[in-house]
Ligand binder design. Structure first.
Ligand code: V1D
Ligand code: CA
Length: 607
């Protein structure tokens, strides 16, 4: 039974990110990944007239600095230099960032990465600003890219970068992955934090990348916050929906994310060249419709998809669905008509392939996953409110090393000192009350508190195989979702290991401040206790920035699209300088690979 199309939910303000150059790149002859499919999809979207119903935006290209919020400097430097001609020379010293034929050093590789990552970063910034409810980047979704390694056709993990951006304004972000491959790069990046929940539906068993067992549920503070749904060949729309809907419903009810990122890899469609599922276009799109129905800020990204005509059809249909637009089943005339014959229809129907997922298997899987979810305590800070869009930055203060004194007290003292130094003691009369402070601010104060916990530092110091990931998108010194590197896990799976693995762990172990937040520690009495601190910070930040703060990370999307009908980009007030002042910008968490470390200075501090 095919899912009913869902059109009649409230209209959303949709931002659509597309760069006209994206279709010009080629992974090389015989490589299944074809960036041209984005151009095909875009052309179909335009010929259905959908560009008139949404904000068409050409994303700013991601900078190296933005990429190193997750990836190492060395890796990004390598990507920015490598060409088909230099790849041998650049890897002659044993450096292996690109492995095998999956990730070739093709012409324009880095530019391609800047486009893909730029789109997803812009999408996140757009949601953070509140200008759109939904943002689309079909050029993103490259879920296999690792911190220091390309994998499975993915070089820069635009998804991790986008989620980090969302974490500036949202306490909890949910990532869902319906590509037929396991979303290993994203899962790995957030495996030990509870601020990001990941859920991947994928083929499991003798299939790339080999990870994503149902028993892989996260580690440390992130235990229970990774969900894996391993499937066999031939799953159809009905069975898929029967798993997807209750699992996601449960997660949405319990986790209550502030934003959702949905990776819409189209290789889970019937007839895909690399995939072996049997989802129809409507079955695939039903996942999008289901997420849309929650009215939570939503980013939809691309991903895999190797039968390009079906990728274009499905992403077009999903764009229409997000806009609440019903599309004619006959394709409109478009530049790539010859791809869609002989039927010239929009639909991607299922095939007659066998479904190797028995009813018992699927029921058992569903019960196991929902049982796992039920065992979790209340989701972190669900009882509290979302953070305000314009984050404050009490986390920026340098704290004394006086471990014995009360942490809140130390933060409070420092913030007060900073404020008084600049503006006098005007706050002192308010110190004992919450007046003028929202729950959000109070929450923020208490949540930040967790990031300074001595317990966390000790916790980290006992880990083996923990490595740092530079973290910059959360305000500097705020809790980092990256406190680990599961290279070892993947080494086992993929047969990589030995000296390289040891080197990795050693190289990056010392990221002591990159620790997961201790949301569970947050108690209401702490909120009250830290209220004074946040009030001071709010006041200070507002003075320091001459008014409001912005949650955006840089200049807005530079140009309206070439579509002519695209909505012009609103005036940009998020200049780099502005962000520099606000302390929300580009600080690079101080890890070994950070620019901050390289430059010998912290880049972003409000005080
Ligand atoms: F068939 C090929 C021809 C040329 C180059 C690569 C491939 C190919 C097909 N499948 N490569 C794969 C997968 N790789 C392996 C490797 C061989 N082993 C040593 C490992 O099986 C990679 C599949 C990547 C899928 C990417 C994705 O669809 O998940 C995706 N998501 O976002 C973007 C891409
Ligand atoms: Ca998946």
């Amino acid at each position: 039974m095919e899912p009913e199309p869902v059109y009649r939910t409230p209209r959303r303000r949709v931002a659509y990110y597309y760069d006209n150059d994206v279709g010009n790149f080629s992974y090389g002859l015989g490589h299944p990944m074809k960036p041209h499919r984005m151009r095909m999809a875009n052309n179909l979207i335009t010929n259905y007239g959908l560009h008139k119903k949404m904000d068409i935006l050409r994303p700013k290209r991601a900078t190296k600095e933005q990429m190193t919020r997750f990836h190492t400097d060395e890796y990004i430097e390598f990507l920015s230099k490598v060409t088909p001609e230099t790849v041998a020379e650049l890897t002659s010293d044993g450096t292996r960032f690109l492995i095998g034929e999956d990730c070739p050093a093709f012409d324009g590789l880095f530019e391609f990465c800047t486009i893909s990552a730029g789109g997803s970063l812009s999408a996140a910034t757009r949601l953070n600003s509140g200008e759109s409810d939904v943002a689309i980047n079909w050029g993103g979704g490259l879920h296999h890219a690792k911190k220091r390694e390309a994998s499975g056709f993915c070089y820069v993990n635009d998804i991790v970068l986008a989620i980090l951006e969302l974490l500036r304004t949202h306490l909890r972000v949910l990532y869902i992955d319906i590509d037929i491959h396991h979303g290993d790069g994203v899962e790995e990046a957030f495996y030990t934090t509870d601020r990001v929940m990941t859920a991947s539906f994928h083929k499991f068993g003798d299939f790339f990348p080999g990870t994503g067992d149902v028993r892989d549920i996260g580690m440390k503070r992130g235990k229970g916050y990774s969900v894996n749904v391993p499937l066999r060949d031939g799953i159809g729309s009905f069975e898929f929906g029967n798993l997807f809907r209750p699992i996601i419903q449960h997660i949405m009810d319990w986790y209550q994310p502030g934003a959702v990122v949905l990776q819409c890899g189209a290789d889970s469609l019937a007839g895909d060249k690399l995939g072996c599922f049997n989802l129809s276009m409507r079955g695939h799109a039903d996942c999008v419709a289901f997420l849309k129905s929650f009215n939570v800020p939503l980013i939809c990204l691309g991903g895999g998809g190797y039968t390009v005509r079906n990728v274009a059809r499905t992403w077009t249909y999903e764009t229409g669905l997000l806009l609440g637009e019903e599309l004619d089943e006959d394709l409109p005339y478009n530049d790539y008509m010859q791809y869609f014959g002989p039927e010239y229809k929009l639909d991607v129907p299922p095939t007659s392939m066998d479904n190797l997922n028995s009813r018992e298997y699927l029921e058992g899987l569903k019960s196991k996953i929902i049982d796992n979810l039920r065992q979790l305590p209340q989701a972190p800070s669900v009882q509290m409110q979302e953070t305000p869009r314009n984050s404050l930055n009490p986390a920026d203060v340098e704290l004394s090393d006086d471990e014995d004194s009360d942490l809140d007290e130390r933060i409070s003292r420092k913030l007060r000192d900073a404020h008084i130094q600049r503006y006098g003691d005007e706050l002192s009369g308010d110190e004992e009350s919450d007046h003028g402070m929202s729950d959000d601010e109070s929450f923020l104060a208490s949540s930040r508190r967790g990031s300074y916990s001595g317990l966390m530092a000790r916790d980290l110091s006992t880990r083996s195989a923990i490595t740092s990931t530079t973290l910059s998108t959360l305000p500097p010194k705020a809790p980092s979702p990256f406190d680990h590197d599961l290279g070892h896990k993947y080494m086992q799976t993929n047969g990589v290991g030995g000296a390289k693995g040891k080197g990795r762990a050693k190289r990056t172990f010392f990221a002591a401040r990159a620790a997961a937040p201790h949301w569970a520690e947050l108690q209401s009495h702490q909120q009250a206790h830290t209220a004074n601190m946040i009030a001071a910070a709010a006041s200070f930040a507002s003075h320091a920035n001459g008014g409001g703060l912005s949650g955006s990370h840089g200049p807005g999307d530079a140009s309206p699209s070439e579509f002519g009908e695209g909505t012009p980009v609103p005036g940009n007030h998020n200049s780099a300088a502005h962000l520099q002042q606000s302390g929300l910008g580009i600080g690079n968490g101080g890890g070994r690979h950070s620019h901050a470390a390289v430059n010998g200075s912290r880049r972003m501090t409000a005080f």
